[in-house]
Design a protein around this ligand. Structure first.
Ligand SMILES: Cc1ncc(COP(=O)(O)O)c(C=O)c1O
Length: 414
């Protein structure tokens, strides 16, 4: 069996951040699509979209020097397709692949423009997609629906701020409904609606029997990973340490698989989650290598990371190719948002939202706080380290952003 646990150490720190280090034997094979070939295929598609621009890779030289590492690079995904988050990368590619499959088209030789012509256009207009979302994935799907001309239904969990629902309507044709269900149950509702109405389910997580579409979505994220890795390697060398935030872990798993596939020297990869809903962390602790779920309706300001069940397609990758797992209270991401918003002289500022900034808050604390000194040492973080972070969203909740960045909500507890 793959994923056999060889060693494990856990740190439950006095500042509320929990860290876990694991080493496993017999790693699961890497999925073929999350390779350099898969990344090139999806990058070619994204480049064919008129709205495509490579997002900035920001080099924080002053911060790296202050914190005692060689480099800190941040991929700023708030600039992606004007959607304020990375998620549209997966939604556009998966919708394109579903359309091609349904209409018997070769995705390698079909362009998005081809779908706008004659009979093909009519066939695409007859297609309806459905999904559940905390916000960012739904915005990507609504946007993709507008791009190709299909119908879209989006369901959102209870507690969703109206601004997020409205942002989905604004970027495309989606009909949006905020339910009174938690995230996992909202996904089940979207699945039921797809079964009842013959709509295409385009969900960014997987389960037994529903793997093809999420695999395409995850492949879509490789555009971001490839852009970041190519640029960082050119400018300063490949990363030695990568921190990836996780909801269901699709993004983290896809990026980790790609890095493992293409880099001869494996970086130390960390998965970072909110404490209240750390489903990857809890799963990584288990001896038997199986994933588990966090029940109930957990709360966190990291709305995009508020997911209780790891994505089954990437779970073996997260388990076998990521070494460190972190569970962080909300103050950690608030700290990260303020660090991005108030750069040191010479560094560039970044607008990063609650689900985007937790890795920055964590990196700063791992490098500076005595409570995390052992973890820092175990990670091998020091003067030779080249760190890569992804700020996966901008200020998707503007009121929350203001309260945290301007008014200091969720202050450091020490
Ligand atoms: C901004 C942001 N970052 C990170 C994630 C985590 O992605 P995943 O659910 O694939 O782990 C999400 C998910 O919605 C998100 O919206």
């Amino acid at each position: 069996m793959t994923g056999k646990l060889v060693s494990r150490q856990e740190w439950k720190t006095a500042i509320g951040i929990n860290a876990l280090w694991t080493r496993r034997d017999d790693r699961a094979p890497l999925p073929a699509l999350f390779s350099e070939k898969g990344a090139k295929e999806v990058l070619r598609f994204h480049r064919s979209l008129r709205s495509y621009r490579k997002t900035p890779l920001v080099r924080l030289r002053a911060l790296a020097s202050k914190l005692g590492v060689s480099e800190i690079f941040v991929k700023d995904e708030s600039k992606r397709f004007g959607l304020n988050a990375f998620k549209g990368l997966g939604g556009t590619w998966a919708m394109f692949r579903i359309i091609c499959e349904k209409l018997g088209l070769d995705p390698g030789s079909t362009t998005p423009d081809d779908l706008q012509k004659g009979e093909l256009r009519k066939a695409v207009e007859a297609m309806t997609f459905v999904t559940a979302t905390d916000g960012n994935h739904g915005r990507g799907i609504s946007y993709a629906g507008g791009l190709f001309g299909c119908h879209v239904h989006v369901y959102m969990p209870r507690g969703t701020v109206e601004e997020r629902a409205e942002a989905i309507r604004r970027v495309g044709p989606a009909e949006v409904l905020v339910t009174d269900l938690n995230y996992d149950d909202t996904v089940r509702l979207a699945k039921r609606k797809s079964d009842e109405n013959g709509w295409f389910l385009i969900q960014d997580t997987s389960w037994d029997g529903f793997e093809k579409v999420p695999t395409w979505i995850i492949q879509g994220y490789l555009t971001m990973a490839k852009e970041a890795l190519d640029e960082m390697t050119d400018v300063a060398g490949a990363p030695t340490h990568v921190f990836l935030q996780a909801g269901v872990g699709s993004m983290a798993g896809g990026v980790a698989a790609y890095l493992a596939a293409v880099l001869p020297e494996k970086p130390v990869i960390s998965v970072v989650e909110p404490t209240t809903v750390a489903c990857v962390y809890e799963s990584a602790k288990a001896e038997d290598g199986r994933s588990c779920s966090i029940p109930g309706a957990p709360e966190t300001i990291m709305a995009g990371l508020n997911c209780g069940t790891p994505c089954s397609v990437v779970w073996p990758i997260l388990r076998d190719y990521c070494e460190f797992f972190f569970a962080c209270p909300d103050y950690v991401t608030a700290h990260g948002m303020r660090l991005y918003a108030n750069p040191l002289p010479g560094d560039e500022g970044i607008v990063s939202g609650e689900s985007g900034a937790v890795t920055m808050g964590l990196l700063d604390l791992v490098l500076r706080r005595p409570e995390l000194a052992e973890v820092k040492e175990q990670m091998g973080l020091g003067p030779g380290s080249r760190v890569l972070l992804i700020s996966t969203e901008g200020n998707t909740n503007k009121a929350g952003y203001r309260e945290i960045v301007r008014e200091g909500a969720f202050p450091l507890p020490f």
